[in-house]
Ligand binder design. Structure first.
Ligand SMILES: Cc1cc2nc3c(=O)[nH]c(=O)nc-3n(C[C@H](O)[C@H](O)[C@H](O)COP(=O)(O)OP(=O)(O)OC[C@H]3O[C@@H](n4cnc5c(N)ncnc54)[C@H](O)[C@@H]3O)c2cc1C
Length: 295
């Protein structure tokens, strides 16, 4: 029998939750780096870790393989991601069944991006069109799963405006999502405004802020362009003025300062986009005074 979601209950507790996101590695060397990162982070006992589902739906096996390793060998509460890209409903149900059999209790339900070279998302024949369709499917067939969905404080790039995007987010939540994890952002006002707008729109689920510790100026510019996230002038200036090798430290300090302010402002926790690298995440945890609680 499916055990109930611990993420949802952790998000509703007083003490802030902390989670880390991995992505499925491309090869064995990448896999080793990812697991070294997991090993380095494990003593800090994150409430959960998540592992993404690769663009184009092509990482079904790798996402599953590493999600199992993270759960079975590293004892993490693991939330695999799943996207609608390229999958029929039957395939999505098969994957969800595999998740349940493997012991996962949570899933991050996403539509996904159009495959490379395509501008517009097209549902697969017999597949689903929106994140909300996937949430509905999961809720119907796997009622005990904790379901996370993506939220976009600066609006999803395809949405015409923030109001429409918020209405669509509400549909996703009403379909049965338990919590929202945000797209990366570097200016906390963006998060606080988003939470306020969500509340006003009747979205009452926890909104977990997603933070990216910047590694380089080129990287942050690329990510901001891709997600249409704004890059604060102060952060851009610090990175521009510093030597390249100092960029990761600036990135971790910025993220740690963001987290402090977010928690003081009532955020239910923080989700770190670790990009399979340990250093920045460890620096953030140290700077926040998080202690090791496991061997
Ligand atoms: C926390 C997080 C984790 C992510 N993990 C992954 C991952 O593992 N793999 C991956 O490939 N990508 C991932 N992404 C990226 C995500 O797949 C893309 O942002 C994708 O373009 C949107 O997915 P969604 O589920 O948010 O889409 P949706 O909620 O379906 O929204 C997509 C667009 O459609 C609009 N829309 C929604 N419903 C309707 C409707 N009923 N009618 C008209 N328009 C509608 C929305 O406003 C939005 O513009 C992640 C994003 C976030 C924030």
């Amino acid at each position: 029998m499916q055990k109930s979601s611990t993420i949802t209950s952790a998000l509703n507790q007083e003490s802030p939750l902390f989670s880390v996101e991995f992505f499925p590695p491309k090869d064995d060397a990448g896999g080793r780096r990812m697991l070294e990162t997991a090993e380095a982070i494990r003593p800090y006992s994150p409430n959960f870790v998540s592992i993404t589902y690769g663009a184009g739906g092509g990482t079904r096996k790798t996402t599953m393989r590493y999600a199992r390793i993270l759960q079975d060998e590293y004892n993490f509460e693991v939330m695999p991601h799943l996207t609608c890209v390229g999958h029929t409903v039957d395939e999505l149900l098969e994957i969800l069944e595999d998740f349940a059999k493997a012991g996962f209790r949570n899933v991050m339900a996403l539509r996904g991006d159009p495959p490379q070279g395509e501008d517009v998302f097209k549902a697969a024949a017999g597949g689903l069109s929106y994140g909300s369709d996937l949430v509905e499917l999961i809720r119907k067939h796997f009622p005990d799963f904790g379901i996370g969905v993506g939220g976009y404080p600066e609006k999803h790039p395809e949405a015409l405006d923030k109001t429409i995007d918020l209405t669509n987010l509400k549909t996703k939540v009403d379909a049965g999502a338990d919590f929202i994890t945000t797209q990366l952002f570097f200016d906390n006002r963006v998060y606080f405004d988003f939470v306020k707008s969500c509340n006003e729109a009747g979205i009452d689920k926890p909104i977990l802020p997603g933070l990216l510790p910047v590694l380089s100026l080129g990287q942050v510019r690329r990510f901001c362009k891709m997600c249409e996230a704004s890059l604060p002038a102060a952060l851009e200036q610090s990175l521009t003025q510093a030597e390249d090798e100092d960029h990761p430290v600036i990135g971790s300090e910025w993220a740690a300062a963001q987290i402090n302010e977010l928690l003081n402002g009532g955020a239910p926790g923080y989700h770190i986009y670790a990009l399979n690298k340990p250093q920045s995440t460890l620096q953030i945890l140290e700077s926040l005074g998080i202690e090791k609680t496991a061997a």
